[in-house]
Design a protein around this ligand. Structure first.
Ligand code: PLP
Length: 439
C-alpha cells in the first residue's frame, strides 16, 4: 500500500497506483498488477522501459560529473549527441540546442526564429502563426501558440498577438471541402494570414508535422507541407516543425518531415529523444541560420539545465539503440501491422469514426454516429470512461482531447517500437472490449 504524501497531483482523482518497476512494454504497480503500456506514457517510451544501455550510460556520466555550466563548458557527450542527431536530421539541420522539456524546445525555437529575423535585419518580424487544435506545451509562450482551447481558455486573456489558422484535419474540414478537390485550402490560409498581417511582421509559422496530442493523431495530406514550405519561402517566414511527439522514429522515419520531402528552418524534439529516461529536448536549426545568429552576437538564451550531460548521455544511448537495432525501420514495418490490426478489429465498430496514423503513431477517433461523424454530447466523459476501463484491464493508451469535449477526440495508440505481435493483438482486443463495454 502506498503512503500518500504531499505531491500536488493535477486533479483530486483519488489514489493513483504506484508504479514499482517496468521492462519492455510492461509496467508493474504496487498491487502486483501488470499494464501493457501501449502509448509509452505520453508517447515517450519509444525503446521500451528500463533499457539497461541507457541506465548504464547515464550512471557513467553521472559518476564522471553531473553538472557543468553550459556557458562555461561543453562536454563530449553533448557534442556527440548533436553530431549523431545531425546525421539523421532533415537536410541542412546541423546544430542542436538542448533543454529538458518539449515546451522549452518550442519556446526556444520561437525565440531563435525571432533572432534569425533580427540577424537578417528584419526587425519588424515578430509574429508567430500557428494552428487551431494543436499542442505545443504548457509554458505561456508555447501555450499561446497552442490551439487546444480546453488548455488555453483560462489563460487566453494573457496572450497578445497569438494567431491561428485551421489545421489540416480533412475528416472535419474547416472549409467543408473534400480532400480530392480542396486545393489545400487550409495551407492557403497561411498565405492569407501572412498577407493580412503584413509579411514584414511575420517571423515564423509553427506546426506539428503530424498532429498528436489534440487531434488523436492526424497526418496531413501529402501536399500540405510542401505547400506550406513554399508559402513560407515566398514571404521570408521561417518554418518551425514541432516534432516533439513525431520525431525520433515514431512515425517510421527519424523525422516525420521526411514523409513530406521537406526540410524546416527549425525543428523541435523531446519526449522520445532520451527514450523517456531523463527529461531531454532539443531545437535543431539550419547551419546558415546558426552562423548568422552567432556572427551577429549569439543567441540571447540560456538555461541552468541547458546541454545537461547526463540527459545527453541518455539521448546518445537512445540514438545508438535506434541505430543498432534498426528500430526506425522496425517502427515503420510494425506500424503497418499495428494499423492493419486496428483497422481489422475496429473499422466496423459503430462508435469508431476514423483510424489513422503513420509508423507507430495511431489514433482512433470516437463518435456517437458513424455515418455523420457526430461526436458524443459529452465526448470527454466518454473518452475518460473508455480509458478507465482499459486501464483497469491493464492496457494504457493516451487520451487525446480535441476541442474541449466537442469533436476530434480519441485514443492515441503509440506503443514502444519493441512491441511484438501477440502484445499488439492483446491491446487491440482490449480496446475493442473496452469500447463494447462502455458504449
Ligand atoms: N509539442 C508537442 C507536439 C507535444 O506533443 C508536446 C507534449 O505533448 C509538447 C510540445 C510539450 O512537451 P512537454 O510536455 O515535454 O513540455
Amino acid at each position: 500500500m502506498i503512503r500518500p504524501g504531499h505531491v500536488f497531483h493535477r486533479k483530486p482523482s483519488g489514489l493513483l497506483p504506484s508504479a514499482q518497476s517496468a521492462e519492455g512494454v510492461t509496467i508493474l504497480d504496487n498491487y502486483g498488477r501488470r499494464y501493457l503500456d501501449a502509448s509509452g506514457g505520453a508517447v515517450v517510451v519509444n525503446l521500451g522501459h528500463a533499457r539497461p544501455e541507457i541506465a548504464r550510460a547515464v550512471m557513467e556520466q553521472l559518476s564522471q560529473g553531473y553538472y557543468f555550466h553550459p556557458t562555461m563548458f561543453t562536454t563530449q557527450v553533448v557534442e556527440d549527441l548533436a553530431t549523431s542527431l545531425a546525421a539523421h536530421a532533415p537536410l541542412g539541420i546541423s546544430r542542436f540546442y538542448f533543454m529538458t522539456t518539449g515546451s522549452e524546445a518550442v519556446e526556444t525555437a520561437i525565440k531563435l526564429a525571432r533572432q534569425i529575423q533580427l540577424a537578417r535585419g528584419e526587425e519588424s518580424r515578430h509574429r508567430l502563426i500557428s494552428r487551431w487544435r494543436s499542442y505545443h506545451g504548457l509554458s505561456l509562450g508555447a501555450l499561446a501558440a497552442t490551439g487546444r482551447t480546453s488548455f488555453r481558455t483560462p489563460f487566453a486573456p494573457m496572450f497578445k498577438d497569438s494567431i491561428h489558422i485551421p489545421p489540416p484535419y480533412c475528416l472535419r474540414c474547416s472549409y467543408g471541402l473534400e480532400p480530392e478537390s480542396c486545393g489545400l485550402r487550409c495551407a492557403e490560409a497561411l498565405e492569407e494570414e501572412i498577407l493580412n498581417l503584413g509579411p514584414e511582421t511575420v517571423s515564423a509559422f509553427l506546426g506539428e508535422t503530424v498532429s498528436g496530442a489534440t487531434l488523436a493523431v492526424y497526418p496531413p495530406p501529402k501536399g500540405y507541407w510542401p505547400k506550406i514550405r513554399e508559402i513560407c519561402d515566398r514571404y521570408g517566414v521561417l518554418l518551425i516543425l514541432d516534432e516533439v511527439m513525431s520525431g525520433m522514429g515514431r512515425t517510421g522515419k527519424w523525422f516525420a518531415s521526411e514523409h513530406y520531402g521537406i526540410s524546416p528552418d527549425l525543428v523541435t524534439l523531446g519526449k522520445g529523444l532520451s527514450g523517456g529516461a531523463l527529461p531531454l529536448s532539443a531545437v535543431g536549426v539550419q547551419e546558415e541560420h546558426y552562423s548568422l545568429v552567432v556572427e551577429t552576437g549569439g543567441f540571447v538564451h540560456g538555461g541552468t539545465f541547458s546541454h545537461h550531460p547526463a540527459c545527453a548521455a541518455a539521448g546518445l544511448a537512445a540514438v545508438k539503440i535506434l541505430e543498432n537495432e534498426d528500430l526506425v525501420q522496425r517502427a515503420r514495418d510494425k506500424g503497418e501491422i499495428l494499423g492493419a490490426k486496428l483497422e481489422h478489429a475496429l473499422s466496423d465498430h459503430p462508435h469508431v469514426g476514423d483510424i489513422r496514423g503513420l509508423g507507430m503513431m495511431w489514433g482512433v477517433e470516437l463518435v456517437k454516429e458513424k455515418e455523420t461523424l457526430k461526436p458524443f454530447d459529452r465526448s470527454a466523459l466518454v473518452l475518460e470512461m473508455v480509458w478507465e476501463k482499459l486501464f483497469s484491464d491493464g492496457v494504457i493508451l493516451y487520451k487525446s482531447l480535441g476541442l474541449a469535449g466537442k469533436d476530434g477526440e480519441g485514443l492515441v495508440v503509440a506503443p514502444p517500437f519493441v512491441i511484438n505481435e501477440p502484445e499488439m493483438d492483446m491491446l487491440v482486443s482490449a480496446l475493442k472490449g473496452a469500447l463494447n463495454h462502455v458504449l
